[in-house]
Design a protein around this ligand. Structure first.
Ligand code: SAH
Length: 207
């Protein structure tokens, strides 16, 4: 008889085990989403610069946030902070449709072109301030925010479906940020789980 035990991560970080997430991470070609000057490091487990003082997240963090969103094939997911388009591509491998918003126009346009060239027909991109979410397409089964606000944006909670999950880093620009998951309950209340300390670029606002 074989009894399975899942080993404890040696570095204290939760392992990503969801088969759909691991498959998606294997499928998406990260080099297609990073600028040429950093392409030789595309398959390192580290963040990389993508211009305009922004970064493509570390693959481990992309995998972890995707897993925490608990994506299903029939889901519609919103991402705030398109950046390179990589996280959107990973989600698009798993779910029915991805909506993604980027505030820096040239980044959003480049990501849209990369997603298009890679054949991701189930991703819709938009330029704008993601703080307000995407009201016309709500509700969403999951929302992933890849830039850190200093508080949880209420519009994003409002745009979650019942049982939906909002995965986001929260905290001050230069200080301690925390990856959190907020799950909307049937009575409209929200249950929050704090996951690990993280470091993201700040969520900026149009003013
Ligand atoms: N998910 C991206 C990570 C990009 S880094 C990827 O896979 O590459 C975070 C991105 O959030 C940056 O491109 C930044 O410009 C964008 N961003 C910051 N504030 C934003 C806002 N209010 N609305 C939409 N995008 C925002």
């Amino acid at each position: 008889m074989v009894r399975d035990t899942i080993s404890e991560p040696r570095d204290g970080r939760p392992p990503v085990l969801d088969v759909r997430v691991v498959d998606a991470m294997e499928k998406v070609e990260r080099h297609l989403f990073v600028p040429e000057d950093v392409r030789e490091w595309a398959y390192r487990d580290s963040p990389l610069g993508i211009g305009w003082r922004q970064t493509i997240s570390q693959p481990y963090i992309v995998a972890l946030m995707t897993e925490l969103a608990e994506p299903d094939p029939e889901d519609r997911v919103l991402e705030i902070g398109t950046g390179s388009g990589y996280q959107a591509a990973v989600l698009a491998e798993i779910v029915d449709h991805v909506y993604t918003i980027e505030i820096v126009e040239p980044l959003g346009l480049r990501a849209a072109a990369a997603l298009d060239a890679a054949g991701y027909g189930n991703v819709t991109t938009r330029i704008g301030d993601g703080y307000a979410g995407w009201q016309e397409e709500a509700p969403f089964d999951a929302i992933i925010v890849t830039a850190a606000p200093d508080h949880v944006p209420q519009p994003l909670i409002d745009q979650l479906a019942t049982g939906g999950r909002l995965v986001l880093p929260v905290g001050p620009v230069a200080g301690r940020q925390e990856l959190q998951v907020l799950e909307k309950q049937a009575d409209g209340s929200v249950e929050r789980t704090r996951v690990i300390p993280v470091r993201f670029v700040p969520l900026t606002r149009n003013r």
